[in-house]
Design a binder for this molecule. Structure first.
Ligand code: NAD
Ligand code: UGA
Length: 442
């Protein structure tokens, strides 16, 4: 089938390449001309394991092309798949500006019947609204057009694996022939389909992210109690997760969830509920727990090591490992907390960051605050003379750092593990004052 994927970000590029690999002819369209140029040159504009190699393979085979030419993008394909961003506005609702732009572009260049597939996460009611918007702009007798909702569930860092092994394929729509076309896209994948109306499909996406967010907040809140009663929260999670009704996934305690999706999708759900005068108390509390988790952790740090005037090494600024995405990153929020507490110098190591201007702060920082943050690429230099190390992201390479040698390089060997990533017994044996999140009485 001929497919144009509109928006070449994390989801769009992954989806375009996977569809191409499944044997379809794919055009990737993006308004960002620099991104398009990079992609056509075989350079991935972001980091995602395995995707750069697939990009090069598919370009060589001639089964994918990236373009900023909207006419070409719209006219050449029967299936138009939308994967533009839907970020939060200041009020918490999803910003549909980019979706609106896509509607205009489709209406301008339509040349034959089309199926429009919405992969972007859009608020409940949006697909129906999109169908109406397109019908208002297009002569649908001449060019019938059908919008189909097909939300995406991939995770960054394992985007390829998740695309090839989807947990389920949700398709929401009104017209069977259009739904069948979307099923055909994935016919060579092993997947279970769930077919429903627009609103159900849209709600499945938000309710899933909301549930996973609440699940993380639940274990984080239990961790606060476990911490004072001496229970090991990782063991608690393992024991709970052995019950298939609970499952071990998204039950790992830490400094909270971040990323481009959980925070924004929770906000959109809460916004919609407020509009509809429904009080989503559980979700609100889940958000509140997440918002306060870093302060809780920093307080724990400060109860052992007063932070004013200290030098602290922070490991990780991406919102999780195996990605360069810093959107809503807990690591960055933690650095901002440390600055507020008067830490004199914050040193940062992250495999995706080599200079300070690459950091996406969550708030406006003063120049004198930024001057207290330094990016290091040499591990030993970074550890020399620090009063504490704080781990915020589970980059695999952090586990193989020369921890034993580092103890001797530090001013005081405090190690605060915000992700319960390192082995406490081993770290203590090396001489660290190791503190994780409710790691029990050892
Ligand atoms: P992104 O910001 O990485 O990419 C969006 C792309 O859309 C950008 O390259 C941008 O230039 C392009 N764009 C904007 N306006 C455009 C227009 N009018 N025409 C063509 N291109 C345009 O975003 P993302 O992380 O890939 O997320 C995309 C959507 O998928 C969001 O709705 C998000 O909630 C959802 N989603 C994301 C993930 C994830 O892990 N990132 C997972 C599931 C769902
Ligand atoms: C999440 C969902 O897992 C995907 O299914 C969904 O498609 C995507 O959002 C989306 O809608 O965009 P992603 O944000 O890429 O995927 O990554 P996750 O692995 O879910 O992690 C999100 C955040 O939660 C990270 O900050 C991670 O560190 C944190 N987390 C995750 C925990 O604190 N504990 C856990 O047990 C799991």
């Amino acid at each position: 089938m001929k497919i144009t994927v509109i928006g070449s970000g994390y989801v769009g590029t992954t989806t375009a390449l996977v569809l191409s690999n499944l044997g379809h002819e794919v055009i990737g369209y993006d308004v960002d001309t620099l991104k398009v140029k990079m992609l056509n040159n075989g350079i991935l504009p972001f980091r995602e394991p395995g995707l750069d190699q697939l990009l090069q393979e598919k370009l060589k085979s001639g089964r994918i092309i990236f373009t900023s030419d909207s006419r070409f993008a719209i006219t050449q394909s029967e299936i138009l798949m939308i994967s533009v961003g839907t970020p939060s506005t200041l009020s918490g609702n999803a910003d549909l500006t980019y979706i609106q732009q896509v509607i205009e572009v489709i209406a301008t260049h339509i040349n034959e019947p089309k199926v429009v597939v919405t992969k972007s996460t859009v608020p409940i009611g949006t697909n129906r609204w999109m169908q109406q918007q397109l019908e208002a702009r297009i002569d649908t007798n001449k060019y019938p057009i059908e919008v189909v909702s097909n939300p995406e569930f991939l995770r960054e860092g394992s985007a390829l694996h998740d695309s090839y092994h989807p947990s389920r394929t949700v398709i929401g729509g009104e017209v069977n022939s259009a739904i069948e076309k979307v099923k055909q896209l994935y016919s060579s994948l092993q997947t279970s389909y769930f077919i429903c109306n627009y609103e159900t499909a849209e709600m499945i996406k938000y309710a899933s992210n909301g549930f996973l967010a609440v699940k993380i907040s639940y274990i984080n809140e239990i961790a606060r109690l476990a911490d004072v009663v001496g229970a090991d929260i990782d063991g608690v999670a393992v024991g709970m997760g052995m019950d298939p009704r609970i499952s071990p996934h998204h039950l790992h305690a830490g400094i909270g969830y971040g990323g481009s999706c959980f925070p924004k999708d929770v906000d959109e759900l809460l916004y919609l509920a407020t509009q509809k005068k429904i009080n989503l108390r559980l979700l609100k509390q889940g958000k509140h727990i997440n918002d306060s988790q870093i302060a809780w952790f920093v307080q724990k740090v400060e109860s052992l090591l007063p932070l004013k005037g200290k030098r602290v090494l922070v490991l990780g600024v991406t919102f999780k490992e195996d990605t360069d995405d810093q959107r809503e990153s807990p690591g960055i929020r933690l650095i901002e907390h440390l600055l507020d507490r008067g830490v004199d110098e914050i040193r940062v190591i992250d495999p995706t960051v080599t200079s300070l201007d690459q950091i996406r702060w969550s708030k406006d920082l003063l120049d004198r605050e930024k001057k207290r943050v330094n990016i290091f690429t040499n591990e030993d230099e970074a550890a020399t003379g620090v009063h504490a190390v704080v781990l915020t992201t589970t980059w695999p390479q952090f586990s193989t750092y020369p921890w034993q040698k580092w103890v001797g390089l530090t001013e005081s060997p405090y190690l605060f593990d915000g992700r319960n990533f390192l082995n406490p017994q081993e770290m203590r044996r090396f001489g660290w004052h190791y503190v994780g999140i409710a790691r029990g009485v050892t």
